[in-house]
Design a protein around this ligand. Sequence first.
Ligand code: PXP
Length: 260
Amino acid sequence: MPETKPLGRLRLGVNIDHVATVRNARGGPWPDPVRAARMAEAAGADGITAHLREDRRHITDADIDALSREIRLPLNLEMAATAEMQAIALRHRPHAVCLVPERRQERTTEGGLEVAREENRLAHFIAPLRDAGIRVSIFIAADQRQIEAAHRIGAPVIELHTGAYCEHDIAGDIAARDAECARLGEMAAFASELGLEVHAGHGLTFENVKPIAAFPEVMELNIGHFLIGEAIFSGLDSAIRRMRALMDEARRAAFGEGAA
Ligand code: PXP
C-alpha cells in the first residue's frame, strides 16, 4: 500500500441543476429541486450544489431561496463573478460559493476561470464573501498559473475542472485522457502544497470517477448531470448511493481499508 494518506474523507456534493432543467421544460413546479436535495441527503450526499446562471436557464432565484431555507446540507452556490451574484450570495450566505466562468452561448461551464488574467478584480470580488464567512472556491483548469493566481487572491479552495479528462474518455482518446488525469493529480498535489483545499468536478460518471476519487488531496467531488440522467433509469437514491460506493472503493483501493 502506498505511503500517501488522503487528507480527509472525500465528500460528495450533488449538483441538482438538471432537476430544474427538466422542470423548466414545462414551466410548472415538477420535478422539485428541493425534493431532489432532500433525497440526495438521505442517499449520503455531503452537500448540495446549484448553479444560478445569469440567464436562469435552470436554477432560479426562487430555488436558491427555497434551498437556503429548507435544506440541512451545506449549499455550494456556483455563480459568475458579477455584482448581481455577489449581492445574492451575501444575502443568502451559503456555506460555499464556487466562482465559475459563464458564457451565454455555452451549453455548460466549458472551461475554468481565467484567474491569472483578472487577479485584482477577483481579489476584491471575493473579499466581502470571505468576510461574510462564505467559503470561496474557484473553478479552474489543472494549470499551475491559475492555481498560483487563485492562491494569491486569497481563495481557500479550488475546484479542478475534470471536463477535459471526461471528454477524452468519451472520445476514446486514452492517451489524452491519461495525460489529463496525470495533470489533474499533479496539480491537486501542487495546490494542496500551497495550502489550498482541492475539489474536482464536471462530467464525472460511474465509469470515470475512480481515478479522480483516488487523488489523496481531493476533498470533494461535485457531480450533477450524470447522476440526474442516471436517476431516470435507476432512481436518484440508487444513483447517488452507487456513486458514493465507487468513490469509497477508489479510496480504499488506493489507501487501504478505513480510507473511505
Ligand atoms: N463543478 C462545477 C464548478 C460545475 O460548474 C459543474 C457543472 O455545473 C459541476 C461541478 C458538475 O458537473 P456535471 O453536471 O457535469 O457533473
